[in-house]
Design a protein around this ligand. Structure first.
Ligand code: S3P
Length: 437
């Protein structure tokens, strides 16, 4: 993991040119492993994102008895023998930096007999867990957590899961939804999640392909477990739009850029950044639209374009671009006029408090912005000057600092730079490759 001493320098690029085969989607990579580990049969996962976060998931699943082999070509084979083949882990489940690993595995182990202890790194141990502790307890697991049930480590005694329940999480969170649906898979009847706003639906798409039945009615999604085990399915993981977003924003705000991003997942529950950048004036062309592994995919051609500020506040939009909001704030700083981001309070409980850390980072580059409880007011037209910025142990913040550094005058330093390995291990080498003098 990141040390306090690792840092990376970024110089402004005269031009951005080239092609990026966008690395596999992190959310789908986690799910392809977890669901297939629970299923019966042999599944091959292609386009898998090899990263620190997904490595955490692999390690935890192996401790639970899953048979997972990483192949030399980057694919992963999961050999499942059904739920009954998973067992109590003989050690704590270390989820590293990964909130998705912790929350989804909490849902999984809630429905397995035995005791599980889930912990993580210093950052993950500060993240909000009451949101899954409460529903999993109501479903029949016995879940306790540090700080009166709010923070990791989590201790989960799996138990029979009671079907027929409905949950309405106050926050729009795909991780919370997925934890409940995973526990619901072990139930003796249907389980419903009513969402306050639609969140990424990779769990529903993949579990449906594996034999679970979903009924969607307005904002309510109900899972009916299959008779017997899930059936293993091969997964082709599309490129991660959250990763692509770095290049979408960099190329848009850079004065001389043209980048082709290939194989990017454009699932409508994830594509808010495309809508927002286009509304601001971005030039992004979608080509080769196709379906990969049950998910819509396209190549994205993005060129420099002048942007104008907008308001980003629709509650239904926020979950569609939650991880891209720091980059959207940077786009706002380089647009004409003002950009306002509201209803983004969930940003405060990510790998860092991303309202505070984004504000600190952009200010260091000379951006004039006001931090609000649930977002920012950003004065556009900024001229960025080089800065020394800290990732705060947050991969998205390290990438934000690097993209801003590409546009800033002088040499920028991103401290805590190695944390990009959480979601995008090749980030620094791709940055060098795409930057031309
Ligand atoms: C994720 C859901 C989102 C997102 C995270 C990945 C997922 O988190 O920010 O990076 O894979 O389900 P929340 O569920 O906390 O919104």
């Amino acid at each position: 993991m990141t040390t306090d001493t690792d840092s990376h320098s970024v110089r402004p690029a005269a031009r951005l040119r080239g092609e990026v085969a966008v690395p596999g989607d992190k959310s789908i990579s986690h799910r392809a492993l977890i669901f297939n580990a629970l299923a019966r049969g042999r599944a091959r996962v292609d386009g898998f994102l090899a990263s620190e976060d997904t490595e955490s998931t692999i390690n935890c699943l192996r401790l639970l008895g899953a048979n997972i082999q990483q192949q030399p070509d980057g694919s992963v084979i999961v050999e499942g023998n059904g739920r009954a083949a998973l067992h109590e882990a003989s050690d704590v489940l270390d989820c590293g930096n990964s909130g998705t690993t912790m929350r989804l595995l909490a849902g999984l182990v809630a429905g397995l007999p035995g005791l599980a202890v889930l912990t993580g790194d210093e950052t993950l141990r500060r993240r909000a867990m009451a949101r899954i502790v409460r529903p999993l307890n109501e479903l029949g697991a016995r879940v306790t957590a540090r700080a009166e049930g709010t923070l990791p480590p989590l201790v989960i005694q799996g138990g029979p899961i009671a079907g027929g329940q409905s949950f309405s999480p106050p926050m729009a969170s795909a991780q919370v939804k997925s934890a409940i649906l995973l526990a619901g898979l072990a139930a003796d009847g249907p389980t419903t999640v009513v969402e306050s706003a639609p969140t990424r639906d990779h769990t529903e798409r993949l579990l449906a392909a594996m034999g679970a039945t979903f009924q969607v009615s307005g904002s309510a999604v109900t899972i009916t477990p299959p008779q017997g085990d899930l059936t293993a399915v091969d997964v082709r993981v599309p490129g991660d739009i959250s990763t692509a977003a770095a290049w979408l924003v960099a190329a848009t705000v850079h004065p001389d850029a043209e980048l082709l991003l290939t194989g990017v997942g454009i699932n409508p529950t994830r594509s808010g950044i495309l809508d927002v950048l286009r509304e601001m004036g971005a030039d992004i062309e979608l080509t080769e639209e196709r379906t990969v592994g049950g998910e819509p995919v396209a190549d994205l051609l993005v060129r420099s374009a002048p942007l104008h500020g907008i308001e980003i506040s629709d509650p239904d939009l926020m979950p569609r671009m939650i991880d891209e909001l720091p980059l959207a704030a940077l786009a706002g700083a380089l647009a004409s006029g003002e950009t306002v981001i509201r209803n983004a309070q969930e940003l405060r409980v990510k790998e860092s408090d991303r309202v505070a850390t984004t504000a600190a980072s952009l200010r260091a580059f000379g951006v004039d912005l006001e931090e609000r409880d649930d977002g920012f007011r950003i004065t556009g037209g900024a001229t960025l000057h080089a800065a020394s910025v800290d990732s705060a142990g947050d991969h998205r913040l390290a990438i934000l600092g690097a993209v801003a550094g590409l546009l800033a005058q002088g040499e920028t330093r991103v401290n805590g730079a190695d944390v990009v390995a959480v979601s995008y291990p090749a980030f620094w080498s791709d940055l060098d490759r795409l930057s031309q003098d």
